[in-house]
Design a protein around this ligand. Structure first.
Ligand code: HDE
Length: 709
């Protein structure tokens, strides 16, 4: 059977579970037809309800149990179906079918998430994003449960509850929601220097993506690949978005959370519905076993990345997300990722964070989904056939046949039987280990400043400015002086100029030394001096791959263009711009003074997408205003249009105006920016398009401080 058939079979498998009520009669859960679902059974129309009302009791009981425990982290998520296609075989390194068979189209389900907030928290929190991919491979399910940043906050699973407790709402007052800007988080971070690398990424634009479709993904840990000969190579996994890596500014993020707290979720959904399928390339960094100790950092340390300039990322395939879930709960909520789900040809490394995760996720799925049979939920079912001797438990959905549920047996003919390594049987890599049992950490994990410094050095000026603003905002929200001072000292170890800016912004001086022992929690009997983060090393001046300034700036497909119009707008201007934008697949949104319809100067009527009172500039990528005497006159009567333009300017967006629309600029701060590279007055649509593709004109950033929005 070809893999293509397997793929459609998988989709069919899910379809078999789909139910809808179209053309069907309402029934109870037992299939009894219902003739009234609006009134309970009572003793007389004004009497009390009767216990025998099984229809009422079934409906309410079911409702009472609708919620399951939300994920303790990554509670807020959005999912999509798609497929993965391998373009280059890794046969030399791995025997995994998904990494060697280029003729396959492997189904995937991906769930993106924020980490800290609860299920209903806003999408644009400053946070790491989860990027979890379930590959339904022919040899079993492989879950690559990663994030949109290539490193993690801590080095050992043992500290995960401390990290999460520090960032979650403070336990006494249960605030703040989905925010790291508070005392407990900075108390922990400033005492735990290993967090500084992931922390500076969280202060960067990576933590406020423009879209889930415009984020990179990383497996973070070093994994192993195992080839047919049983040889092993270390590997790091990367997802690279075809749309490039783009972010919003913090001012936009705060406002988007108010204007549309589902911004990312809707953006992903709408793009897929529109047939604009998001795509990522899968890349690998492969390190031979012999090179394990070759670097200035330990490749088992999850707070370190391997710079692409030192080990290039080899692109081996592409993932496309092309289908939205039918039901959020059944699919996105019930999907259960386990980093322990690997297939023959892939194996774990000894990264102590990964090792802890291998336990945690199964445990969490048991508590969330309530039964060891969670793999039988349709979204979690493997594509590969399963035969085993595990039995029973809550909600067993299969009817296992036969007398035997043990191994070895003769009564069942010895079935299900074992597979040799050469037949695809999983066998763990036989790593040689000769060590003492010890509760400690490798000293090779002790360098905590070099990579945050490398990251900061590699950023462009505008990215660095955003990082400084983020530190200043977050520390400005903390109330304890000693915590803020400790952070300032630590930031100084990363970059002195950065620390100076933050110190000025928060009004505190950088202490000459900090009095509390950092890494106090290594162990009561450890010599703290042994675990102090060593002096900063510079093994690479810059890693250009870390800067968003070096991402792709090609496409404007799915970019949202706000077109500000009122009755009488110029059809000539509009149609010319619309044709150019539509050709490049940008999404045009007509924003008019009121809801309903709007008419151009040629008497053509259009449905509007939003009334100005219901929308905000921060929800769009660029602004276009066609001419038209009457239209512009109406727009001038609404101060919100002026605010809309000023915000677009402030956020360094491309703006195009034609003919009379220039008057709007003269009533806004736009009049100061007529020479700006991303402002077009009676300009060519193509130039506007090029500016949108560049995402923002960050050169404007230093000149917009005085715009009061
Ligand atoms: Fe997770 N993490 N994690 N994590 N994580 C969970 O599992 C945990 C870590 C990540 O969309 C939980 O199903 C421990 C690193 C993602 O469903 C839980 C440690 C990375 C998701 C859990 C880590 C991640 C989770 C909560 C330290 C990036 C969402 C609900 C040892 C490589 C998956 C759940 C989804 C979810 C534990 C560290 C990514 C509690 C103990 C490092 C993307 O099991």
């Amino acid at each position: 059977m070809s893999s293509k058939n397997n793929k459609s079979e998988k989709i069919l498998n899910l379809e078999k579970y789909m139910v809808d009520g179209n053309d069907q009669r309402l029934t109870t859960r037992q299939g009894v037809r219902v003739n009234d679902t609006n009134n309970s059974l009572k003793s007389g129309t004004r009497g009390s309800s009767l216990l025998e009302d099984f229809i009422l009791r079934e409906k309410i009981t079911s409702f009472d149990h609708e919620r399951i425990p939300e994920r303790i982290v990554h509670a807020r998520g959005s999912g999509a179906h798609g497929y993965f296609e391998l373009t280059e075989s890794l046969e030399q390194f791995s025997k995994a079918g998904i990494l060697t068979d280029t003729s396959r189209k492997t189904p995937v389900f991906v769930r993106f998430s924020t980490v800290a907030g609860s299920k209903g928290s806003p999408d644009l929190a400053r946070d790491v994003r989860g990027f979890a991919v379930k590959f339904y491979t022919e040899e079993g399910t492989w879950d690559l449960v990663g994030n949109n940043m290539p490193i993690f906050f801590i080095q050992d699973a043992m500290k995960f509850p401390d990290l999460v407790h520090s960032v979650k709402p403070e336990p006494n007052k249960e605030v703040p929601q989905a925010a790291s800007a508070h005392d407990t988080f900075y108390d922990f971070v400033s005492l735990t220097t290993e967090t500084l690398h992931n922390h500076i990424w969280a202060m960067s634009d990576r933590a406020i993506p423009r879209s889930l479709r415009m984020m990179e993904g990383f497996g973070i840990h070093t994994f192993r690949l195992i080839n047919k000969k049983g040889e092993s190579y270390f590997v790091k996994f990367h997802w690279k978005p075809l749309l490039g890596v783009h972010s919003v500014t913090w001012d936009e993020a705060v406002k988007i959370n108010g204007a549309d707290s589902d911004f990312h979720r809707k953006d992903l959904w709408d793009a897929i519905e529109a047939g604009e399928f998001p795509q990522w390339e899968l890349g690998v960094q492969i390190i031979p076993e012999a090179d394990e100790h070759k670097y200035d950092f330990d490749i088992l340390d999850p707070t370190k990345l391997v710079p692409e300039e030192m080990v290039p990322v080899k692109i081996i395939g592409k993932m496309t997300l092309n289908r939205n879930p039918e039901n959020f709960f059944a699919e996105t909520e019930q999907v259960a990722f386990l980093p322990g789900n690997i297939v023959p040809g892939i194996d774990f490394s000894n990264d102590p964070l990964l090792q802890g995760r291998l336990f945690s996720y199964r445990d969490t799925q048991l508590s969330r989904l309530g039964s060891p049979n969670f793999h039988q939920i349709p979204i979690n079912q493997p594509l590969a056939n399963t035969h085993h001797n595990q039995r029973d438990g809550h909600m067993q959905m299969n009817i296992p046949k036969g007398q035997t549920a043990y191994f070895p047996n003769t009564l069942g003919g010895g079935c299900p039987y074992l597979s040799k390594f050469s037949e695809g049987g999983f066998s763990s890599y036989e790593e040689r280990i000769d060590a003492n049992k010890i509760r400690s950490r490798s000293k090779s994990f002790s360098d905590h400043f070099s990579q945050p410094a490398l990251f900061y050095r590699s950023l462009s000026k505008w990215e660095q400015a955003h990082v400084a603003e983020a530190y200043s905002f977050e520390l400005g929200k903390c109330t304890h002086k000693h915590i803020k001072e400790r952070m300032l000292w630590l930031i100084e170890q990363i970059d002195e100029d950065l620390a100076k800016i933050v110190s000025k912004n928060i009004g505190l001086t950088i202490p000459a030394k900090i009095d509390l022992p950092i890494n106090q929690a290594i162990g009561a009997d450890s010599n703290v001096a042994d675990f102090q983060p060593g002096p900063k090393k510079i093994y690479l001046d810059k890693s250009p791959a870390l800067s968003q300034a070096n991402t792709k700036f090609e496409s404007i497909a799915t970019r949202q263009i706000a077109v500000l119009v009122a009755d009488g707008f110029s059809s000539t201007d509009f149609n010319k711009m619309k044709a150019a934008l539509a050709k490049r697949k940008a999404v045009i949104k007509l924003i008019a003074p009121t809801g309903g319809k709007v008419t151009d100067d040629d008497k053509n009527e259009y449905d509007i997408d939003a009334a100005i009172s219901t929308t905000e500039s921060v929800l769009y990528d660029a602004v276009y205003i066609p001419g038209g005497k009457n239209s512009v006159k109406s727009l001038l009567n609404h101060s919100k249009y002026i605010k809309f333009i000023n915000e677009g300017l402030k956020h360094c967006k491309a703006i195009a105006l034609d003919n009379e629309a220039e008057q709007l600029f003269d009533h806004s701060y736009g009049k100061e920016f007529k020479d700006d590279q991303a402002i077009f007055i009676n300009g060519k649509p193509q130039d506007f398009i090029n500016a949108i593709a560049k995402h923002r004109n960050w050169d404007r950033m230093d000149k917009v401080a005085h715009i009061p929005v």
